[in-house]
Design a protein around this ligand. Sequence first.
Ligand code: FES
Length: 156
Amino acid sequence: MLSENAKKDIQAALRKYPNRRSAVMDALRIAQADGGGSLTKGAMEEVAQILDMRPAEVNAAAAFYTMYNVKKPVGRYYIQVCRNISCSLLGAEHLIKHMEKTLGIKTGETTKDSKFTITTVECLGSCGTAPMMQINDDFHENLTTEKIDGILKSLK
Ligand code: FES
């Protein structure tokens, strides 16, 4: 169920768009943040109701884009490691293995305490600072294993 704040934020977002349907991506972003990083079926149904859309249309939009987590809940810190060409050439696979070992999970999994989820993604548009990853809304660039250790330590 969406919080009152999320509903207010969605109503405010509606003013930026020419029609209610056009706000679907923004509304899903707000709903996902409200849900702690994941979109539930109930939240998407509420978004559909607010936007005068069918739930299946909202679900289809959410399922299409990788930035929405609809299939399963993710950890508080959602780690998306770029594995595209620039990042791969500069060691992304090694960094992913290091992070998996450090957190005790495989890519696609969430730690038992629900704090961290690791996933891999395609280019995040920061090739000049590869290798890089995104944790929630923040980019972390020019990564090394030492830098990753510091980042993870600061989040624990
Ligand atoms: S290849 Fe990693 S950000 Fe572009």
